[in-house]
Design a protein around this ligand. Structure first.
Ligand code: HXC
Length: 517
């Protein structure tokens, strides 16, 4: 029997050492917390046997505060490339068993390396994040390391998809880098994002709060709007990441992948013809409208618990990816406010950077009036929606299902913001103001001096309603392209998308615009 070359044996031993991360005890602690190790996560995320690791023998170069005595191969992050559904991705997975996955100078070097390779090869970069933020012992080197990552997050934004999975307590820079990426996926009751943790907050402000209530998935999904998707387990979060990537191209010069659908492109859904109640004040479910129009079960809602008066999400229609934007009449009547403006803007821009056509369903009584909204900057926030739709060059289709009043008509993908095809349902009401409000303003004196002011107000409002609260006035002046039966919406959208597939709408050359953030 030939003896193994000792150099091969040494390599195998080194590989095994690298696999051990921070050691068996810390791996056991990780498991006891219900968390997977970085390597287990990579296995679940990628197609089987496709992972290739890079730079596994890097160690930190610090010697302050006892660092020199504790060297671990890989320095708390595993980096490399693999495949998801046969498409290449680059990734990094922080290893909490080594210095709590914290960022050192060398860890930053490893992460930046895969980010650079992802950019150069035009493929997504995925971060599996589980980290206490900047490694305290390395001081400014770890802060500078984060700056290197943030700069790349920003410069590569809109070129390759960047997805962040939050898989543990993510503090400081470990929360800021994800905030610069396209989508953040959290794990319920299991991952946290905060700039400063409960201990620091207690010292500085005296507030007492636990990690879950400070920055858990529920908080970032429903209150702060920082997270985009949440799952009930790590493995569900990882498969959600796989699913999301299926809607996106690998880079900004490709189109999203086509996924053949068994759902008939010519399918008409008769129930849509009766979904909008005759009483304009009675709500209906826009979620149901969307579900009945897109390819069956293809709608993946983003930010489903935040600013619920707006709906955004990825879907397929006729096998092609689309971004859906809509209002939900069941929540605050679908009114536009600061948070829904931010939600819509961010999503429209993400779709535009990655060549995902936009389909917008409109039912909104307008912008929310009120001192609070005005003082918090509804003008600035609402302007972002105008900006995003105006600058988007992807195919844009809009369908007005019911109310499109005032500013809400204009901002929601209206024709002269550059929308390619504008449809309205017969239930559409397109006007500057609702009938009562308009009558009160236009005919104030006439109403006040009438023998029966309320009867006069009603008469004038009915007259206004007959003139404007329907789609025919807008259609007669070319502000909508066609009025369609609701049941025809799916085939009409599929036909329009087909006709817009080769849309060429180059933006004028400029360094970049100045969006009113
Ligand atoms: C060095 C750290 C560390 C850090 C944790 N560890 N955070 N080491 N630098 N920032 C180490 C611990 O010493 C421990 O080492 C191991 O990681 C696990 O930490 P535990 O505290 O035991 O785990 P847990 O109870 O789960 O708590 C995790 C945690 C907590 C919530 C992340 O450790 C924590 O609050 N850490 C500090 C977070 C922070 O303030 N970071 C700086 C952010 S500033 P052993 O050897 O025991 O395994 C920042 C600036 C970026 O990032 C710039 C932004 C613009």
């Amino acid at each position: 029997m030939t003896q193994e070359d000792p150099r091969i044996l040494e390599l195998r031993a080194m590989r095994e050492k690298a696999r051990q991360g921070g050691g068996a005890e810390r791996i056991a602690t990780q498991h006891k917390k219900g968390k997977l190790t970085a390597r287990e996560r990579i296995e679940l995320l990628l197609d089987p046997n496709t992972f290739n690791e890079l730079e596994p023998y890097i160690t930190h170069q610090g010697d302050e505060l006892g660092l020199a005595a504790q060297q671990y191969l890989g320095d708390g992050v595993i980096t490399g490339y693999g495949q998801i559904d046969g498409r290449t991705v680059y990734l990094y997975a922080q290893d909490f068993t080594i210095y709590g996955g914290t960022l050192s100078e060398m860890q930053s070097h490893k992460i930046c390396r895969v980010m650079d390779l992802a950019l150069r090869n035009g493929v997504p970069c995925i971060g599996l994040i589980d980290s206490g933020g900047a490694r305290i012992q390395e001081g400014v080197k770890s802060l500078g390391g984060y700056a290197e990552i943030f700069r790349r997050n920003a410069q590569y934004s809109g070129v390759i998809p960047q997805i962040s999975l939050m898989l543990g307590p993510c503090a400081g820079g470990a929360a800021y880098s994800p905030a610069l990426t396209d989508l953040i996926i959290m794990v319920e009751k299991h991952s946290y994002m905060f700039l400063t943790g409960p201990e620091v907050i207690k010292t500085v402000t005296g507030e007492v709060i636990d990690p879950e209530n400070l920055g858990g998935a529920d908080v970032h999904m429903a209150v702060s709007g920082t997270a985009h998707l949440a799952a009930d387990s790590e493995s569900s979060a990882l498969s959600l990441c796989r699913r999301v990537l299926g809607y996106l191209p690998s880079n900004n010069v490709e189109n999203p992948p086509f996924t053949p659908s068994a759902d008939d492109p010519l399918r008409m859904d008769d129930s849509l013809n009766t979904i909008v109640p005759l009483d304009p004040a009675t709500p209906y479910s826009m979620h149901e409208v969307v579900a009945r129009i897109v390819d069956r079960d293809s709608f993946l809602e983003v930010q489903s618990s935040w600013a619920r008066n707006a709906i955004v999400g990825l879907a397929r229609i006729g096998g092609h990816s689309v971004g859906i934007v809509a209002q939900e009449p069941r929540v605050m009547a679908g009114v536009m406010d600061i948070d829904s403006s931010d939600k819509i803007t961010r999503f429209v821009r993400m779709c535009d950077c990655f060549n995902v056509p936009l389909v917008t369903f409109v039912d909104s009584p307008g912008f929310l009036p009120g001192v609070d909204q005005e003082h918090r900057g509804i003008i600035r926030h609402g302007a972002k929606v105008l900006y995003a739709y105006s600058e988007a060059t992807v195919p844009k289709i809009s369908v007005i299902t019911r109310k499109a009043y005032g500013g809400a008509y204009v901002v929601m993908s209206s024709k002269y913001l550059g929308t390619d095809v504008n449809y309205a349902w017969p239930s559409a009401e397109i006007a500057v103001l609702g009938a009562e409000g308009a009558a009160n303003i236009l005919f104030k004196k006439q109403i006040e001096s009438a023998p029966d002011p309320s009867a006069e107000r009603k008469r004038l409002a009915d007259d206004y309603r007959a003139r404007f609260n329907n789609p025919y006035h807008a259609a007669a002046t070319g502000y909508v392209d066609d009025i369609i039966e609701p049941r025809e919406t799916r085939p009409k959208i599929i036909a329009a998308l087909g006709a817009l597939r080769d849309k060429y709408a180059p933006a004028p050359p400029r360094k970049h615009g100045n969006i009113p953030v």
